[in-house]
Design a protein around this ligand. Structure first.
Ligand SMILES: *[C@@H]1O[C@H](CO)[C@@H](O)[C@H](O)[C@H]1NC(C)=O
Ligand SMILES: *[C@@H]1O[C@H](CO)[C@@H](O)[C@H](O)[C@H]1NC(C)=O
Ligand SMILES: *[C@@H]1O[C@H](CO)[C@@H](O)[C@H](O)[C@H]1NC(C)=O
Length: 437
């Protein structure tokens, strides 16, 4: 952690233009309530997801990598390569392969960028196999992750993650993966641009890799949409609204990114919306009885339209990383606690309990979506993540010393690092290389 604080103190230059300060002022006001609520509920495991699984419990078909090259025969298959949507689908059609020789990609105690909540081993998790699986596409092989090569590819560029705390989980994984290419003795070479520590997340954090002039950023926007005050004469219980036809008002901070990775999902639940006293709105009209599924569908249309209208397809690679399933009420064996192995047989997994999150929302949003074809890559990690209920922090989401049985709520939504999000980032790596090199 010495390294972390040195890196932080090295970065004290916070220079925001007046323009940004006005935007920030507005958004801080608007989201103050939700930030408070976020703090209040962040230990409660985001009880949003409603996935269940086929009745059968885990069947284990462990394939342990034997040789130092990883062991899987599929390794010899040629690198993934195909056109557009086909390529996106090819990447996520595959299986988890145990690979003790090449996993994990980084050691958590050498990476200062991981939230305490994701530091499972340091928080006392006894098993470590969850960090040793890699994703293997069925019909091709992934480029082997090379942090230096990715940094070179990102030179003079911005890699921006926008979404909820699962997106932040993925962003922290990416920072750790990239940091392995930076000499450990040069502590000022990666720093947060405004000097904020990684734990103080008020909207956005941007880490700069000095020698590559590139930034890897996370912008918090759990719905991706604009949230604001209800229209006049709205019922009193309506404290705020989600504007289904408008993108988050901070979007102009992201839109010039070179790689833009969206995610959403966990906040689209009755529980969360009720906590926020937040209701849907379209134009000036409140939509008090609109279903979450319909609203989500509408939101994806809004996002697609925005990408089409505002984002340059020449400059920016736009990716939507799909819903990351939580295993909160997944099984009568108690969610994700004490799971140590993935479900390797994907046909035993049923995604039906959360239809709104898994229907191909992007295809239904009409003409705009058609026009955007090829612009918005859908990185569909839903099924592969659903196979990994062993990957969540569970009760190892706080330091052992701070753990009290009474107050403890297991986290079956986020992921341990190193772990599952590293695999998403390897897919992202494949997409970035394909686009920029
Ligand atoms: C650093 O990257 C930014 C884009 O993110 C670019 O505008 C700027 O010119 C780069 N600076 C140098 C010195 O290359
Ligand atoms: C995977 O699960 C399905 C459904 O339970 C079953 O029919 C199939 O035989 C399983 N496959 C393997 C390889 O075990
Ligand atoms: C993602 O894949 C699952 C099956 O693996 C599918 O049911 C779902 O519709 C897909 N989601 C999107 C947004 O394409």
């Amino acid at each position: 952690m010495e390294m972390a604080s040195a890196r932080r103190t090295a970065a004290t230059r916070a220079r925001q233009s007046d323009d940004q300060i006005v935007v920030w002022g507005a958004c801080v006001l608007l989201s103050a309530l939700s930030l408070l609520l976020l703090v209040a509920v962040s230990s409660s495991g985001f009880g949003a997801a409603r996935l269940t699984f086929a009745a059968g419990e885990i069947s284990v078909l462990v394939r342990v990598g034997t040789s130092s090259s990883g062991g899987s025969a599929v390794d010899n298959v040629e690198l993934c390569g195909a056109d557009g949507d086909e390529y996106d689908r090819m990447l996520v059609d595959g299986e988890w392969v145990r690979d003790d020789a090449r996993r994990p990609l980084y050691e958590p105690w050498q990476c200062p960028f991981v939230d305490e909540g994701f530091r499972c081993r340091e928080n006392g998790r006894p098993d470590d196999a969850f960090a040793k699986w890699r994703w293997q596409p069925r019909h091709c092989s992934l480029p082997r992750f090379d942090a230096k090569h990715l940094l070179e590819t990102l030179r003079n560029r911005r890699l921006v993650f926008v979404g909820d705390s699962i997106g932040r989980n993925q962003w922290e994984s990416m920072l750790c993966m990239l940091a392995t290419a930076v000499a450990g003795d040069d502590e000022a070479s990666i720093y947060e641009e405004s000097g904020s520590p990684i734990t103080k997340h008020k909207g956005a954090l941007s880490f700069r890799f000095r020698d590559y002039n590139c930034t890897v950023e996370h912008h918090r926007s759990p719905y991706l949409l604009r949230r604001g005050r209800p229209p006049r004469r709205a019922p009193r219980h309506v404290a705020s609204t989600l504007q289904l036809d408008a993108i988050d008002s901070r979007a102009r901070r992201w839109k010039d990114a070179d790689v833009l990775v969206f995610n959403t999902g966990h906040w689209w639940s009755h529980e969360r919306l009720q906590q926020l006293h937040c209701y849907f709105q379209e134009g000036k009209k409140l939509r008090l009885d609109m279903s979450i599924e319909a609203a989500y569908e509408r939101a994806m249309g809004t996002l697609t339209d925005w990408v089409h209208r505002e984002v340059s397809s020449y400059k920016t690679l736009v990716i939507f990383r799909t819903y990351s399933p939580a295993h909160t009420r997944a099984s009568n064996s108690g969610g994700c606690a004490s799971e140590t192995l993935p479900e390797l047989n994907s046909s035993r997994i049923s995604l039906h309990r959360w239809p709104g999150m898994v229907t191909p929302a992007f295809e239904k949003s009409g003409t705009a979506a058609a026009a955007t074809a090829g612009r918005l890559h859908v990185l569909n990690i839903t099924l592969m993540a659903a196979q990994r209920r062993d990957g969540h922090p569970s009760v190892y989401n706080v330091a052992a010393a701070a753990r009290t049985p009474a107050a403890q709520r297991a986290d079956c939504s986020h992921w341990c690092l190193p772990g599952v999000p590293d695999a998403w980032n390897e897919l992202l790596y494949a997409l970035i290389l394909r686009r920029f090199s």
